[in-house]
Design a protein around this ligand. Structure first.
Ligand SMILES: *Cc1c(COP(=O)(O)O)cnc(C)c1O
Length: 366
């Protein structure tokens, strides 16, 4: 814990509520992979993984170092590394992380390493590109992959997977169903030639909502755990998990004609009371929220941000709010506030959450 008073409280009970919301949409035997990449969507992957380790089957991170952090915190759950790079393969093995092998370059590098060590039946995952065109083998690569796999006992395929490009968008239903069908076909071909049947998974959060029939053996839930569904109606059934708070550092009385902040962006027209709050764009609060576009809550009242958002601070107008230095400030504590910040910042809640920087204290509460 650092001593920055700005803190992100992570609501463990809300995460549990959200997990159960999605579990109810799934068959009891379908496995759950909790996506905790990007510091658990801007929170704290270690605290979240510790909380969820007895409640889910798998974790996924984007990069090897994120998985290493979980292992160093004694998380023993299987961890899928979605985007390993060749220079990290040795540490992936050292920390018993499970690589997604998505191209021949990384697949061959891993097989070579597995042969040198040597490993025995080391769990790997193979990703197929079915239309996102980001990472993954093509279905035409299957024969070559299979023939390499048949020659080795060093690795064992634990799962085959793919990722949907537009699972949240029902106008892209035909495209998505085509992706799912292609994936099912690829899996069938793979099974036929491999001789054993790895797990299959293709759905992210919005996939679970819109295409539950394609749950296969496991689903990968990220944003849903953190309180966001496909639309407002669904989000309202989920609970907010990220509560960002701070305290008032200082209060100023500004005379008419005086200005506040960099570039003198706010000019007081009448006597104005402002509060300085220790959170700025380096903490993940977008500069686009400056000049009254964004607000915070103090004593349950809206205090608009005046002037520009600084790197480390904002100033807010508290002329009509009864408060004192040291009082609590809510940056956001519900999904509407997060969605509002995302809208004003011209982005989506994914980015608003993951932007919360490492300087902010993170604390999971149950
Ligand atoms: C990030 C990610 C997910 C999680 O997606 P959400 O929309 O947050 O549920 C699932 N699968 C892959 C491959 C990802 O990169």
């Amino acid at each position: 814990m650092n001593n920055h008073v700005t803190i992100l409280e992570i609501d463990g009970n809300a995460i549990l509520h959200n997990l159960n919301y999605f579990k109810e949409k799934l068959k009891p035997e379908t496995k759950i992979l909790a996506v905790v990449k990007a510091f658990g969507y801007g929170s704290d992957a270690v605290q979240i993984a510790k909380f969820l380790e007895d409640k889910v089957d798998y974790f996924a991170v984007a990069y090897a170092n994120e998985g290493i952090a979980l292992r160093e915190a004694k998380i023993e759950t299987p961890i899928l590394v979605l985007h390993p790079q060749t220079q990290n393969l040795q540490s992936i093995v050292d920390y018993r992380l499970e690589p997604n092998l998505y191209s021949f370059k990384i697949f061959n590098a891993f097989l070579k390493l597995a042969d040198e060590i040597p490993l025995m039946n080391y769990p790997i995952h193979i990703k197929f590109n079915t239309g996102l065109n980001r990472l993954g083998f093509w279905h035409t690569d299957i024969p070559k992959i299979i023939s390499s796999l048949k020659e080795t006992t060093h690795v064992k395929v634990h799962s085959l997977f793919s990722h949907l490009a537009a699972s949240e968008d029902l106008e892209e239903k035909d495209f998505t169903i085509n992706q799912i069908n292609n994936f099912a076909y690829i899996a069938q071909q793979f099974y036929k030639h491999l001789g054993y049947e790895p797990m299959l998974h293709v759905l992210n959060t919005s996939g679970v909502v819109n295409y539950p029939k394609a749950q296969f053996d496991m689903v990968r839930i990220g944003i849903g755990l953190y309180g966001f569904g496909n639309d407002e109606k669904e989000t309202s059934q989920l609970k907010n998990t990220h509560n960002l708070k701070s305290i008032i550092s200082q209060i100023h009385l500004i005379e008419p004609g005086e200005t506040v902040g960099y570039n003198r962006a706010f000019v007081a027209k009448k006597p104005t009371k402002t509060a300085t709050i220790p959170i700025g764009h380096a903490d993940g609060l977008s500069r686009r929220l400056g000049n009254k576009k964004g607000f915070v809550l103090i004593n349950n009242q809206k205090a608009p941000i005046v002037g520009n958002v600084c790197m480390d601070m904002i100033m807010v107008n508290i002329t009509k709010i009864d408060c004192k230095e040291g009082d609590e400030v809510i940056i956001f504590n519900n999904q509407e506030m997060i969605q509002y910040i995302a809208d004003v910042s011209e982005t989506i809640p994914y980015e608003t959450l993951t932007a919360i920087s490492q300087r902010v204290n993170k604390m999971l509460k149950v």
